[in-house]
Design a protein around this ligand. Structure first.
Ligand SMILES: Cc1cc2nc3c(=O)[nH]c(=O)nc-3n(C[C@H](O)[C@H](O)[C@H](O)COP(=O)(O)OP(=O)(O)OC[C@H]3O[C@@H](n4cnc5c(N)ncnc54)[C@H](O)[C@@H]3O)c2cc1C
Length: 454
């Protein structure tokens, strides 16, 4: 078996594979995006930035505290000092004596024929291949960002967390979750931030109430330039200029392009193996994560539009099981249950959601009821002096099942999980609200009270 990519792909090798001859190919840092340049470092930075932000806003609690300085190099060293050693140890362990059946190729892989991969100077082949090559930042076709002599030294999420100092003025192109988390990280640690995006709304895939409140909260912290097309990006002596349609331009000392992610299938040349991709470049699989080519499987960001680590992890377990099951001639193939995929944006404010948004339900012509409860309506919200955070739950008026749940505010990602559980296991709002005792006066009371209002 050949596995391309060591993000989630590295976790396929359960003890079931101890007797298999396996090749793992990785062109970058071992451990993939989540560990090296995604979920984990970004949340370590976010937590640090939360501390700084909360300190700045502590006067209303009667605390005279202030942030005297930000030791960015120390923060970077602390975070990547922890992460880089995990990546290196993971790589060395795979290469080492503990894994005698595994050959690790630290190379770029490219299909050159059916089930044939060019890896450095070698061409390798195997009856079973797992495509776990992930995705990379999408860079729009804007002059100054595309390859060529005018291309400026912009950053993406892949490298911005390792820069030498906090920029004075960071210009962020994009308004999704990565753009919003990075704005908080750098804004919280001292940068002036300008966000430029086409729609003018941030997190626009979220429920409309969440997106509106989030955009408003960010408008108070940062400069938001919405509804503007970018004509070109230029750079002179370390100063960047983002030129907008209509003649205005924004000047800054860093530009972060955070305009989405694109799957790595075509870069890997999967079509040379006969594997089909959809119009957005995602590898197409069936519900068991088999591609159209017998023996080639796919998981994670290369195939799944969710682009989340928890879906990639679930897919890894399914693929690990299904490959062994198929090899043994069995028919008990597993599938991933995508019915309740939660997600969170670790910005400031935090956002978390599961299920459908109100606008989706309205457009589908569905019957629904909603309730919204402010954190400030609960005792813990009083303690936090919170005036902006809320929980919104949408339910079916007949079955009283949860259709969607959306939270904006501190600990949203944690508060959401009990609603994910209710959603996933088909509990009614009444069962969840009244069938258990809720810790008083915990922040979870905002969820309880929201459900009681339905
Ligand atoms: C800034 C940021 C923050 C994020 N935060 C979160 C979060 O909070 N929560 C969450 O759920 N998700 C988050 N994500 C998304 C999450 O990181 C991804 O969904 C997840 O890592 C995908 O895993 P994967 O195994 O599919 O791909 P990856 O982890 O990207 O692994 C793919 C590997 O394949 C290698 N590779 C690619 N092409 C080749 C090739 N041709 N030859 C050899 N090797 C190759 C790559 O180097 C990489 O190591 C975040 C992403 C980013 C960028």
């Amino acid at each position: 078996m050949i596995i391309v990519g060591t993000g989630s792909g590295n976790s396929i090798l359960t003890p079931d594979y101890a007797d298999w001859k396996v090749a793992i190919v990785e062109r970058g840092a071992f451990g993939g995006t989540c560990l090296n340049r995604g979920c984990i470092p970004s949340k370590m930075f976010v937590y640090t930035s939360d501390l700084a932000e909360n300190t700045r806003h502590s006067a209303k609690f009667g605390l005279d505290a202030h942030v005297d300085g930000v030791r960015w190099p120390d923060i970077v060293d602390r975070i990547f000092g922890r992460i880089d050693s995990i990546a290196e140890d993971g790589r060395d362990w795979r290469i080492g004596d503990e894994n005698p059946n595994v050959t690790v190729y630290l190379e770029d892989a490219r299909f050159v024929g059916p089930k044939q991969l060019q890896v450095g100077d070698e061409t390798i082949t195997a009856p079973i291949i797992v495509l776990a090559a992930g995705a990379r930042p999408f860079v729009p076709e804007i002059p100054g960002l595309v390859d060529g002599p005018d291309r400026v030294a912009f950053n993406t999420s892949a490298d911005i967390m390792r820069i030498d100092e906090v920029p004075e003025h960071l210009i962020i192109l994009g308004g999704g979750f990565i753009a919003s988390e990075m704005a908080h990280i750098f804004g919280g640690l001292g940068a002036e931030v300008t966000m430029i995006n086409r729609s003018g709304k941030l997190l626009r895939a979220e429920d409309e109430a969440i997106s509106a409140a989030f955009t408003e909260a960010y408008r108070e912290r940062f400069t938001l330039l919405g509804g503007k097309d970018i004509e070109k990006v230029t750079e002179a002596d370390g100063e960047f200029a983002v030129h907008l349609a209509g003649g205005d331009s924004v000047l800054g000392d860093r530009v972060l392009v955070a305009t989405g992610r694109t799957p790595n299938g075509s870069q890997l040349g999967v079509d040379k193996s006969g594997v089909k991709m959809d119009e957005d470049g995602y590898v197409i699989t069936d519900e068991h994560l088999r591609t159209n080519v017998d023996g080639i499987w796919a998981l994670g960001d290369i195939t799944t539009k969710y682009q989340l680590k928890h879906t990639a992890n679930a897919e890894t377990k399914v693929v690990a099981h299904n490959i062994v099951e198929s090899a043994n001639g069995g028919n008990d193939l597993h599938t991933v249950d995508y019915s309740g995929v939660p997600s969170a944006v670790f910005a400031h404010p935090q956002v978390a959601s599961v299920g459908q948004t109100e606008q989706e339900l309205r457009e589908a012509g569905a019957e629904y009821i909603t309730a919204t409860k402010e954190y400030g309506a609960t005792a813990y919200g009083w303690a936090m002096m919170d005036e902006t955070s809320f929980c919104k739950v949408i339910a079916d008026p007949t079955t009283r099942l949860i259709l969607g749940a959306h939270i904006l505010g501190p600990q949203a990602s944690t508060l959401l999980q009990q609603l994910v559980m209710a959603y996933q296991f088909g509990l009614t709002v009444d069962q969840v609200a009244k069938g258990q005792l809720w810790v008083h006066p915990a922040l979870t009371e905002v969820v309880e009270n929201c459900l009681l209002d339905l």
